[in-house]
Design a protein around this ligand. Structure first.
Ligand code: PLP
Length: 593
């Protein structure tokens, strides 16, 4: 593969400031601050070369491919097939035909699961996945297993986030048809020994799929040297556009597998009696593909090659080392995922004072720092480690030591502020260890939900921008009694929320037709939303609760300006729980209390 290096003005083979100059978005601002983009595991930013390639495609090359006799269609076809050649060279595929374009890693895995599964997996067979997999490399296998009567088995990991290959060896047997494992874990950064995993699988007669989503942008890929049977990745994590990805497979295997989807472009001939499928790669590319995306992916790969993965890897390793040291020094912070071999990912939790990753992410966002929070589509990892989420910083070639220092300093401030805040609020109100819920059910804040909403809307009117509105919400949450541990012990989590939320509703004491509730969450912004819901709903008549237009109220206060869509889903889950409680009460006879 090409690994030409980009010479810098000062002779250093890797000049990060020159690379940054190629990425327009890195020079924008977020909340008025310099953007510090550390969410590269989710998607990378795009260099100008890729952006301009897309423009050139649409300005001068756009037509549908493979079918037109006219010149423009031929040009578009050449663009698309040239991209396939670039990908084949980049991963050292034996032939271009082994490269199938997909929408991304997820679709590539689903393609193999559906097609290989249909052909080769039978009742009683086994599929092995690892404990480190992304949901994209778990769920498709569960679906195949369910359809075929096969069983999914799991390679366990240790506390550091390393796969236990001795246990893996014990799982392999003559029923194992396929092993699916990632090259690098997106949640923890662990680099897996996929060559060894493949050798062991092949010795047992099983095929191997490697999910390379988190690898290809960081280290050279040689599918032939790895020895695996399938390899897949997403263009958007490799500085390319969204909507394009790659499945590489061994030709002899792909030839035996049935098409994944039917439609145009994947056939040789169609009649109502018999359809003959096209050969590789078209057999697996039904319908008009993402032609511009392929062109953009080709440009992204050429861009990466112009810098050289042999230069990118040591730079990112240095960032990882620096981040591990710097974040490790932040009081109360614990790094999750301490494998001996790691790529540029640092996942962490803050234990002292305990902080929800949602709150950490929100506070970092206010400082212009973009990180990811949550389970990272790896719930089984979180369950294995006994946590519900982490905050994750993930690096790319354009990140700098200064950005990591900015993150570490921001985290220090956040931890110190939180500790101070807790100290201040500790003696007031109900404690986290409140012995009984009784005093914590909120009484009616106004004569009706509408009256409470009007008062709240007046308060919100006092704040003009999204920052002050969201600070006000957090302030409301700070006044909410801490009942989290108590509620967690007695009720189930509200589904749909990124953070943990617990709500208990009941008929308001001494009334026949009013609802009251107590609720808590492990994220400050969500506690603020709970406080708003309590003001509106708690202590009110169930009919009025059910009739009240809460969506209208949220529109009125401009909630969507400062609450993300994901959080709105969580909010909808909370409202649903409360309304459900109210509906249940409405159907019950009057209370005797
Ligand atoms: N596999 C891994 C390891 C990932 O990190 C991701 C995305 O984060 C995926 C699969 C899914 O990639 P996509 O959403 O691009 O299909």
């Amino acid at each position: 593969m090409a690994s030409e290096t980009r010479p810098s003005s000062n002779g250093d083979p890797f000049d990060v400031s020159r690379i940054r100059a190629d990425f327009p978005i890195l020079h924008t601002r977020s909340h008025g601050k310099h953007l510090v983009y550390l969410d590269n595991g989710a998607t990378t930013q795009k260099p100008r070369a890729v952006i301009e390639r897309l423009i050139r495609y649409y300005e001068t090359e756009n037509a549908n491919i493979h079918r037109g006799v006219y010149e423009l269609s031929q040009r578009a076809t050449d663009v698309y097939e040239e991209a396939r050649r670039i990908v084949a060279r980049f991963i050292n595929a034996a032939e271009d035909k082994e490269v199938i374009f997909t929408r991304g890693t997820t679709e590539a895995i689903n393609l193999v699961a559906a097609s290989f599964g249909r052909k080769f997996i039978r009742e009683g067979d086994e599929i092995i996945v690892s404990a480190l997999e992304h949901h994209s490399d778990i769920v498709p296998w569960q679906m195949v297993a369910e359809a075929c009567g096969a069983r999914v088995r799991v390679i366990p990991m240790n506390d550091a986030g390393e796969l236990q290959l001795d246990e893996y060896a014990k799982l392999l047997n003559s029923r194992t048809r396929l092993v699916a494992v990632n090259h690098v874990s997106n949640a923890l950064g662990t680099i897996n020994d996929v060559r060894r995993i493949t050798e062991l699988a092949h010795a047992a007669g099983a095929k191997v799929l490697v999910d390379g989503a988190q690898w290809v942008a960081h280290r050279p890929t040689d599918v032939q040297a790895l020895g695996c049977d399938f390899y897949c990745f997403s263009g958007h994590k490799l500085y390319g556009p969204t909507g394009i990805g790659v499945l590489w497979g061994r030709r002899e295997l792909l030839e035996k597998m049935p098409p994944y989807q039917g439609g145009g472009d994947m056939i040789e001939s169609v009649s109502f009696d018999k359809t003959v499928y096209a050969g590789l790669p078209n057999k697996f590319e039904a319908g008009t593909p993402d032609i511009s995306g392929a062109a953009g992916l080709g440009a992204a790969i050429e861009y990466v090659e112009s810098i050289g993965l042999s230069n990118i890897a040591p730079h990112e390793d240095a960032l990882l080392k620096h981040a591990t040291e710097k974040l490790g020094e932040v009081p109360g912070l614990r790094i999750i995922g301490t494998a001996a071999h790691k790529a540029g990912v640092v996942s962490f939790v803050i234990k002292d004072p305990p902080m929800a990753s949602l709150d950490i992410g929100t506070r970092l966002d206010a400082e212009g720092i973009a990180v990811r929070t949550g389970h990272h589509c790896c719930q089984p990892i979180m369950d294995r480690l006994g946590i519900s989420s982490t905050t994750r910083a993930s690096f790319a070639m354009y990140n700098t030591v200064e950005e990591i220092n900015t993150l570490a300093n921001a985290l220090r401030r956040i931890v110190a502020d939180e500790a101070a805040r807790r100290k201040q609020s500790a003696p007031a109100g109900a404690s986290a260890h409140a012995p009984a819920a009784e005093i914590l059910y909120a009484p009616a804040a106004a004569s009706s939900p509408q009256a409470a909403a009007d008062e709240l809307a007046d308060d919100f009117d006092l704040f003009e921008d999204r920052e002050s509105k969201s600070e006000y919400v957090i302030d409301l949450g700070n006044k909410l009694p801490h009942t989290f541990d108590m509620l967690k012990a007695i009720t189930t989590r509200v589904p749909g929320c990124m953070s943990e939320v617990y709500i208990v509703t009941r008929r308001a004491h001494g009334t026949s037709d009013r609802i009251e509730f107590v609720a808590d969450a492990n994220a400050d912004i969500v506690r603020g939303l709970i406080a708003i819901l309590q003001r509106i709903y708690s202590g009110q008549r169930v009919e009025e609760v059910l009739a009240f237009d809460i969506e209208g109220f949220f529109r009125r206060i401009g909630l969507d300006q400062f609450i993300t869509n994901q959080r709105r889903t969580g909010l909808a889950g909370m409202i649903e729980r409360i309304r459900h409680g109210a509906a249940a009460l409405a159907g019950q006879p009057a209370a005797t209390a």
